[in-house]
Write a protein that binds this ligand. Structure first.
Ligand code: ATP
Length: 240
């Protein structure tokens, strides 16, 4: 079945990575419905994220973006439809986060507020048994802020730390929520640059945010959520 209400942004720039329109489907969300205490939060949500693709979800406050992301990460159960990750039904496999298939920015990364950016990253690296702290530090550009105490670091640095932590398990799919909300413009641009770099490495990204301009600036294709349902929408991705 074909996902609907998603506009193909199409490739606008020459890329070194494979064209995501021609790669295998990594995430397939087929008619997802999520309810909490009998209230339907999202319903009939269809979209696909292909290998190496940056797929965006945007929509107004409360439209259901975070709900979809939590369900994709296995953190909220779906009660109708099907979510396939790498061809496997989400409800029939181990937590995609625990298995390292999916990494996300849905939890607070700066858990040691008085410690530095690097110490926080190393803390999470130990939790994940990961040796990728150096690589995560490099791709997020946090090398320059490694010694900054996180409680005094700008929000943009804390958000970049969230991305770095999410990369520690080397996930096939990176799930990113509200990366630029409340961040000043220069830092927002830096964060969007990190997402582009991560995509350029061939990793798939599911990127959600209220700031439609930012979502369109980094994504290959964009779906717009409206009151828990996917409506039309789209944008063009600028040249790198
Ligand atoms: N645990 C919950 N129990 C009941 N209702 C919830 C719960 N979580 C979210 N909601 C409601 O579900 C709807 C969708 O919320 P969600 O956070 O997914 O939207 P969003 O698009 O991510 O919003 P925002 O842009 O503000 O982050 C909202 O009406 C919200 O109030």
């Amino acid at each position: 079945m074909t996902p609907h209400a998603v506009v193909d942004v199409a490739a606008t720039a020459a890329r070194s990575r494979p064209d995501p329109r021609e790669t295998a489907v990594l995430l397939s969300c087929q008619g997802m419905r999520v309810s909490v205490d009998g209230t339907v939060l999202v319903d009939d949500v269809w979209f696909e994220v292909r290998a190496g693709e940056i797929f965006g979800l945007t929509g107004a406050e409360g439209s259901g973006k975070s709900t979809v992301l939590h369900a994709v990460c296995g953190l909220l159960p779906t009660d109708a439809g099907m979510v396939l990750l790498d061809g496997h039904r989400l409800d029939s496999v181990m937590s995609p986060v625990r298995t390292g298939l999916v990494g996300h920015t849905l939890q607070e990364a700066a858990v040691l507020p008085c410690a530095t950016v690097l110490e926080n990253l190393e803390f999470w690296a130990r939790i994940h048994g990961s040796e990728l702290a150096g690589e995560a530090l490099a791709v997020t550009g946090l090398i320059d802020n490694a010694d900054a105490p996180v409680d005094r670091a700008p929000l943009g640095v804390r958000r970049a730390l969230g991305l770095a932590v999410a990369l520690l398990a080397d996930p096939r799919l990176l799930v990113v929520d509200e990366l630029t909300a409340g961040v000043d413009r220069p830092d927002a641009e830096r964060l969007l640059g990190i997402v582009r770099r991560i995509g350029a490495q061939g990793r798939s990204v599911l990127y959600a945010g209220r700031a439609a301009e930012d979502v369109r600036a980094v994504c290959d294709r964009v779906g717009v959520l409206d009151h828990g349902r996917l409506a039309a929408g789209g944008a063009r991705r600028p040249a790198a």
